[in-house]
Structure formats: structure tokens, C-alpha cells
Write a new protein. Structure first.
Length: 367
């Protein structure tokens, strides 16, 4: 990998981040100026905008014929969003989890993840199946807009303060249009440089494009979510990080993989390695959210640290497997046969105690 390609690879990351920020700011202001509710803007434009790098990179890689990078980008991003981003944010300070996320969004994410696995089971997501996924995100968005009308006055006020437009002069309107157009241009150019660099990076290190997609590309495209969630946690706004992550993961599967499958000739191929290990890890991370979130509707520091340790274990496995290290099988056996089962038992006991204590309180109140 020559120095010019590496420089373009890094520049591509920068363009993706700046382009996504410009797109979100410009589109949010234009939408509110057009009379769209700030709450709806927060639930749609902003949520989708943070996943714009994943969309740009996956579509670009599909058009270029590098399907493994596109699939690895989505799967890796969803794993890192939960294990790395929520882990970091919760380690900084316990995260508050809204009850509706536990009762509605997380179950939807689990169902969508399982549906994605079922569609990819034959090694390919066809154009028709891609259309089904896109239809899913359209339906979810319509439902989210309808639900927004039932939000409390406090929630509406929070979104109004964040996304309400100030008085727009002609110059301000043109500035917002320029942000949208410029942001889209940066996303397109940045994704091309980033994907080309990722392909050469895989060749230089002698690893598969899937591994590069699951690691370098996934981490690069997840930077908006990482920055947003960590800064929110530092500022004490710890109630928005979880919603951002769950919404981003839903968008990644339904919109990013759906649209990628539509634009790719004959759909997009899914590697056997992803079906055997990486997609199941993505599903397991989604399922793990349910007991963690439900137990007191808070992600504690020790749970955040546990997420980070699992993220490190996942990266370690990818590194060992990509280099055909002798200890790969032993590491996998230890994780599957001891560490994961022990974690499951621990959470089962904690959830049972939480449920029992809750029932005890209700019984006491009834008396």
C-alpha cells in the first residue's frame, strides 16, 4: 500500500465524518423550516444521518464488486455500536435506558437481526429481499412518526431546543442547501477513497476483505456514533446514547443492507465465515441488550466494562483467525464453552433477582 493510497484512505474517513455532519445539520434545519416537527426530525433525519457513512461505504463497495467489505461494514458496525460504544459510554457513567426501548426497539432489533440471518442463509441477499428490507425501514419510520405524536411535553421540548430552526434569511437557507449538497458530495467521494484504501489494506496485510470490513471499515464508519455517544455521556446526557445505537443498528440492517442488495448486480453475496461466526455474534449482542437494559433500566459501569471486554475478545478472535494462529481453536473453545455460558448464567441470576425484588415490592405495596 503506497503512501498516496494511505493518505486518501485517511482523507476518506475525514470526508465521511465531515460529510455526515454537514448532511445532518443542513437537512435538519431545512426540514424544520419546511414545517416538519423537530421531534420527527430527531427520530428520522438525525438518526439516519449518523449511519450515512455506513450507507455510502456499503453501496460504494457493492458497486465496485467488493461485497465482503459492505457486509463486514454493517455487521461489524452493529457489533461495535453495542459492545464498544455503549461499553465506553457506560464506563464513563451509567446509561439510562428508556422503557420503550426495552419493550419495543430492542425486540424489533432482535427480530430484524434474525430475519437478516435467515435471508442471508443461502449465501446471498437478492434484489427482492433487499427491497423487503428497505420496505421494513420505511414502515418503521412511519410508525416512529406516528408514535412521536404521543410523546410527553418534556420530550417534545427537548427536541425543540435541539432542532428548532432560527429565523432563516435567504442566506441561511442557501447555507443549509449547501451543507446538504456538500455533505452528500463528501460522502460519495470519501466512500470511494475509503473503500479503495480498505481493499489495498487487506491485500497489504494478507487478510480477507471481510476482516477489513469487520474491523477497520466498521470502526471508521462508526465514528459519528462513537463521538456522539461518548460526548453525550461526558456531558451527562446519558439518556440519548442507547436510543442512538439501537436506531443506528436498525437502519444499518434494513436500509444499508437493503439498498446495497438492490444496487448490487444480482444481490449481494454473504461469505460463509460471516454466516458461521460474525452474524451470530451480531445477533448475540442484540439479544444481550435485553437482560442488560431490563435490569433496572440502567447500563451500569461494570456492564459497560463487560461489553468492552467482549469487544476486545471479538477483535482478538478476528486477529487470530485472520492469521491462522495455532491458538484460534483453543480461544474459540474457551469463549464458547466457558466465558459466554458463565456470563449467561450470571445475567440470568441477576435478572431473576431483579424480577423477584420487583414482585416483592409490588406485593408489599398491595398489602
Amino acid at each position: 500500500m503506497d503512501s498516496v493510497t494511505f493518505a486518501l484512505f485517511l482523507a476518506g474517513i475525514g470526508l465521511l465524518l465531515v460529510g455526515a455532519e454537514g448532511l445532518v445539520r443542513g437537512a435538519s434545519r431545512l426540514a424544520v423550516t419546511a414545517g416538519v416537527s423537530p421531534l420527527v426530525v430527531g427520530l428520522t433525519v438525525v438518526a439516519f444521518g449518523t449511519s450515512a457513512p455506513e450507507l455510502a461505504v456499503s453501496v460504494s463497495s457493492a458497486v465496485a464488486g467488493d461485497a465482503d467489505i459492505g457486509v463486514g461494514n454493517v455487521v461489524g458496525s452493529n457489533v461495535f455500536n453495542i459492545l464498544l460504544i455503549l461499553g465506553l459510554a457506560a464506563t464513563i457513567g451509567p446509561l439510562v435506558v428508556a422503557q420503550q426501548i426495552v419493550r419495543i426497539e430492542v425486540p424489533i432489533l432482535i427480530v430484524v437481526s434474525l430475519a437478516f440471518y435467515a435471508l442471508a442463509g443461502n449465501g446471498n441477499i437478492s434484489t427482492l429481499e433487499g427491497c423487503m428490507l428497505v420496505a421494513g425501514i420505511v414502515a418503521y419510520t412511519i410508525w416512529a412518526i406516528g408514535r412521536s405524536r404521543k410523546e410527553t411535553r418534556e420530550v417534545r421540548a427537548e427536541y425543540d431546543a435541539e432542532f428548532s430552526a432560527h429565523e432563516h434569511s435567504r442566506g441561511g437557507l442557501l447555507k443549509d442547501v449547501a451543507l446538504v449538497v456538500g455533505g452528500l458530495g463528501m460522502l460519495v467521494l470519501g466512500s470511494e477513497w475509503f473503500v479503495n484504501g480498505a481493499v489495498e489494506l487487506a491485500e497489504a496485510f494478507g487478510v480477507s476483505e471481510l476482516v477489513i470490513g469487520l474491523t477497520v471499515v466498521a470502526l471508521g464508519t462508526s465514528m459519528p456514533e462513537i463521538v456522539t455517544s461518548v460526548l453525550a455521556s461526558i456531558r451527562g446526557e446519558r439518556d440519548i446514547a442507547v436510543g442512538n445505537v439501537i436506531g443506528s443498528n436498525l437502519f444499518n440492517i434494513l436500509m444499508v443492507m437493503g439498498l446495497t442488495s438492490v444496487v448490487a448486480d444480482g444481490g449481494i453475496a454473504v461469505a460463509d465465515a460471516a454466516l458461521r461466526f460474525d452474524i451470530p455474534v451480531m445477533i448475540a449482542a442484540a439479544i444481550a441488550c435485553l437482560p442488560v437494559f431490563w435490569r433496572g433500566y440502567v447500563i451500569s459501569r461494570w456492564e459497560g466494562i463487560l461489553f468492552l471486554l467482549y469487544c476486545a475478545a471479538y477483535l482478538t478472535y478476528l486477529l487470530l483467525d485472520s492469521t491462522d494462529h495455532d491458538s484460534t481453536d483453543a480461544f474459540r473453545t474457551a469463549m464458547l464453552g466457558f466465558v459466554i455460558p458463565l456470563t449467561v448464567v450470571t445475567f440470568a441470576v441477576l435478572v431473576y433477582r431483579t424480577w423477584r425484588n420487583g414482585n416483592g415490592k409490588h406485593a408489599g405495596a398491595a398489602v
